[in-house]
Design a binder for this molecule. Structure first.
Ligand code: ADP
Ligand code: TYD
Length: 207
């Protein structure tokens, strides 16, 4: 029987270097002969990417926190059904740039006090945690400069500003402390290659 693959998530505030590190980890795994899937949330499957556009474009106050939570959960459910679960079942590792911890922190703790609802929806509709989560930690002032410098047109959340990003950073660190079995905090305020080496070192220890 095929061994199931590992679900590995990258979390952190906007512009902290998650996508960069997720990509580098996928390259590393390919170099070692594995066949990982590199994906992201919101999105990752064609229909979840459609939902993504509704979420990341437009005015910061376009959705209420409750509506946002439903849209993120719908996107995640599709991503899980169509991409993540089949890949894990084939024995492939799945590296995802954000997963349910982002909902816990963004919708659960900062966009309204919805944490109980977030947890209920998660257990009803998702019911799966990553095997390993890297929280890329960065001072929000620096991350915000990096993120906005990209001018991606997907800045709806970055436009909430510095106090929002500061609250998010604290939220991710709290979550990592509460889940030490699967979360590793990585200092993202270093050159890319140094951060990547740290990630790989922890992967080797954890799995
Ligand atoms: P995120 O996915 O967390 O929003 P990205 O990986 O897209 O972050 O990085 C945001 C920006 O910062 C990109 O332009 C990227 O090239 C740059 N960047 C990523 N990691 C580093 C690093 N360690 N040092 C300096 N710049 C970085
Ligand atoms: P992402 O593209 O990862 O943004 P960035 O590259 O700037 O880090 O995610 C888009 C935005 O969606 C981001 O600001 C975080 C937010 N988000 C939530 O609010 N809840 C969620 O469950 C997820 C997955 C993302």
């Amino acid at each position: 029987m095929t061994q199931p693959g590992r679900l590995i998530s990258f979390e952190g505030i906007d512009g902290s270097g998650k996508s960069t590190q997720a990509r580098r980890l996928a390259e590393h795994l390919r170099d070692t002969g594995r066949d990982p899937i590199l994906t992201r949330e919101p999105g990752g499957s064609p229909d979840a990417e459609d939902i993504r556009r509704l979420l990341v474009e437009g005015d910061p106050d376009r959705w209420s926190p409750e509506t946002e939570l439903l849209l993120f959960t719908a996107a995640r459910r599709d991503h899980l059904e169509r991409l993540i679960q089949p890949a894990l079942a084939e024995g492939r590792d799945v590296i995802t740039d954000r997963f349910a911890d982002s909902t816990r922190v963004y919708q659960g703790a900062t966009r309204g006090d919805l944490r109980a609802l977030v947890d209920q929806l998660h257990s009803l509709m998702i019911g799966r945690e990553p095997d390993l989560t890297f929280v890329i930690d960065m001072p929000p002032e620096l991350a915000l400069t990096r993120g906005l410098a990209r001018a991606s047109g997907e800045d709806r959340f970055e436009e909430f500003g510095l106090p929002f990003q500061t609250a998010l950073r604290a939220g991710f660190l709290d979550l990592a402390r509460a889940n030490p079995d699967r979360c590793v905090v990585i200092d993202g305020n270093r050159p890319e290659a140094e951060v990547a080496a740290d990630v790989i070192a922890h992967l080797t220890v954890a799995a």
